[in-house]
Design a protein around this ligand. Structure first.
Ligand SMILES: NC(=O)c1ccc[n+]([C@@H]2O[C@H](COP(=O)([O-])OP(=O)(O)OC[C@H]3O[C@@H](n4cnc5c(N)ncnc54)[C@H](OP(=O)(O)O)[C@@H]3O)[C@@H](O)[C@H]2O)c1
Length: 349
């Protein structure tokens, strides 16, 4: 039977990579949702919809009565933790309320979360974080979203899952949380300016232990969880399976970009990179790379957040492995692969 996936947040770093994986699998019909929409290709079609608008969601989504799986990975960025709650909860509620009542063959709703559930963005948190850990003091939009799904699922035949990746690394443009682009553009600009690569984060962040989640691995795990009944109605941490410290990774990144490494120098990327638009435009002309607007390749505030974690940042990934998903990714290999991909696509020199 053909399965029909509704991928919510189709242009996101997570949603985009999930659509690519589902399309490769061949037995899925895929509908992507976002405000910008996208091009129909093969079994992938797109609907441009503003999910903050309940009426727009109802008008454009109620024909999706044959949806079997909803993969929710939309996201609205806001300046404070409290401000994240209303729009992010509303988008999920508007999506599910439009599709779930009509989709009589619905099997699963997958909710993308992250380590924010564990308070990882607030300060040093308990590591390894486990799916069974108690919630932290609200506001926390991820928990409000999960509560909504759990309550709605009671008495229904479909199941839900809550997926908790670490920082997601993969190809995307125009996203507020894209670490690979942050590093690749920062390193490319260092090279252009003839200066060595300096870790810009907090002093303690250079030696902390952390982990990443490859966007492809996340996509494969997401589909595994959504299609294996033993995974229903649970949360899962999803990570590469290895740990690293920037102090070890940074020289390897420098080597990829053919740069020397200099000692770390703490600086705010959001501040120091704010005036680099002209440099970026010059690099586009000099190196003949793609005409990507500077704002679309830079997520400097996200870089500041990640490089500011002067505490360990990892979660226990064994629940997913016990459930039968055994893939892992070498994080060093992942970074180099994504940088090479950005180069091959001519996003960076
Ligand atoms: N990126 C990471 O490293 C990371 C790590 C762990 C967890 N997460 C979590 O994963 C989730 C997704 O993150 P992401 O980084 O993939 O987000 P993202 O790249 O910013 O993508 C968000 C998606 O939502 C769509 N969207 C936003 N507002 C919309 C609206 N009003 N109506 C319809 N679509 C809308 C966007 O498309 P349009 O702009 O075209 O509407 C885009 O496709 C978030 O909850 C995030 O916290 C992310």
């Amino acid at each position: 039977m053909t399965k029909k996936a509704v991928v919510v947040g189709a242009n996101g770093i997570i949603g985009g990579n999930l659509i690519a994986h589902l399309a490769e699998l061949g037995d899925w019909e895929i509908v992507g949702l976002s405000r910008r929409g996208g091009k129909t290709a093969g079994k992938v079609s797109h609907i441009a919809v503003d999910l903050l608008d309940a009426a727009d969601a109802r008008d454009k989504l109620t024909h999706l009565a044959d949806a079997t799986h909803i993969f929710y990975a939309a996201y609205q960025d806001r300046p404070s933790w409290a401000e994240l709650v209303p729009p992010n909860l509303a988008m999920l509620v508007n999506t599910v309320n439009a599709i779930e009542p009509v989709a009589t063959g619905l099997q699963h709703i997958s909710l993308m979360q992250g380590y924010k559930v564990y308070g990882a963005h607030l300060g040093p948190f308990k590591t390894p974080a486990r799916e069974t850990d108690a919630n932290h003091m609200p506001p926390e939009f991820n928990i409000d979203q999960q509560d909504f799904l759990e309550a709605l699922q009671k008495g229904k035949s479909w199941t839900w899952s809550a997926l908790r990746p670490s920082v997601v690394v993969g190809f995307a443009l125009g996203n507020p949380m894209n670490l690979a682009s942050v590093i690749a553009v920062y390193a490319s600009m260092s090279k252009e300016l003839g200066i060595p690569l300096r870790f810009p984060g907090k002093v303690g962040a250079y030696d902390s232990l952390l982990e990443m989640t490859d966007a492809g691995l996340l996509a494969r795990a997401t589909v595994f969880i959504a299609t294996n009944p033993q995974c229903g109605n649970q949360a899962f941490n999803i990570n590469n399976g290895d740990l690293f410290r920037w102090s070890e990774m940074w020289p390897k990144i420098a080597k990829f970009f053919d740069l020397e490494v200099a000692p770390p120098l703490q600086m705010s990327l959001a501040t120091i990179m704010a005036d680099k638009d002209p440099l970026w435009n010059r690099m586009i002309e000099t190196h003949g790379i793609a005409h990507t607007p500077y704002r679309d390749v830079s997520s400097w505030a996200f870089g500041d957040a990640v490089f500011g974690w002067d505490y360990d940042f990892f979660a226990d990934g064994t629940r997913l492995r016990r459930a039968g998903f055994h893939e892992y990714i070498d994080t060093e290999e992942m970074f180099m692969r994504v940088f090479a991909d950005l180069r091959a696509r001519k996003i960076i020199p």
